[in-house]
Design a binder for this molecule. Sequence first.
Ligand code: TXA
Ligand code: MG
Length: 349
Amino acid sequence: MKTKVSEIKSVKEDEEKIREAAQIIKNGGLVVFPTETVYGLGADALNSKAVEKIFSAKGRPQDNPLIIHVASKNIESYVEEIPEVANKLIEKFWPGPLTIILKKKDIVPNVTSANLNSIGVRMPDNEIARRLIELSNTTIAAPSANISGRPSPTDLQRCIEDLDGKVDCILGGPQSDVGVESTIVDCTVEPALVLRPGGITLEMLKEIDSKIEIDKAIMQKPSENLKPKAPGMKYRHYAPKAKVTIISGERKKTIEKVKDMVNYNIEKGKKVCILTVEENEKEYTEGIKIVLGSISNLSTVAKNLFEALRKCDDLGADLILAEGYEQKGVGVAIMNRLNKAAGFDIIEV
Ligand code: TXA
Ligand code: MG
């Protein structure tokens, strides 16, 4: 398949390019588009045949439901009932990096929801995405625009790398700001439950409803008796080709342990990358350092995390050593993604 790549500088001036992409959606094709979390791989969510193409382009397991993207807060056509807490979350956080799970209406086909009777809905905070949805005159189902299992793409180049030749069109926009996928809150249960941590933190959600908690199963290695409630959270994910190990604990001890491991592995002839922060960077003299951001502003770390994992692959790393983060605020989402990339290989110091 020939993929058309269109860069969008301004929604107004490049409206024609977005209109062309919308026509592809209407015709049942696949369009990659930017969002503030990560890039999405979109199709008309109400067209089963189109949605099936998403699964084959990504190599995505059939039992992993998609979320649908909307351009307005008016979602009654797609969902059965909107509980009070969902209304409050929508008012407070949309458009933004928050997906809300609600009971679906029959208009949303079973392929889209992977046979669940619920559906995740999100209104992205990105003008290109919203204009595409509006002009498509439907709701767009979109997982992250990566080949299944790889780190989600946060810029145009990474989408081309994974999906050129597999989709009809790729719309390029700015680098994704949040850098990790949306927070998912299941509002079909009482109290509402966080199924995936993201840019909207538990602390922020608790301001709306103090009873909201995080699905315990996602913070530890999935096991037979503790399965994550979001089907997608059980798969190995975000995995670069290199082995990833997290070193977590008090700052000085973490740095010492990372240094030891770097030296040991370099001696064995391994290429080692260190995922670090501005504050710690100077401590390391060996190994390839990748600075994610600043410990005093964890959003910067989240923004660069997936890109850093992909960069390690480009560099041909054998081993990636990642410093751990305190599980507070965005730190919860960062540790969740790191843990999945590491297959929960974490050394506590
Ligand atoms: O930020 C995002 O959410 C990005 C951008 C493109 O919007 N999309 C994204 O989609 O991350 P995806 O497909 O990579 O992840 C969706 C997650 C999966 O873990 C899936 O299992 C879960 O949402 N999910 C979807 N519908 C669900 C449902 N009805 N119940 C439980 N989990 C659901
Ligand atoms: Mg994904």
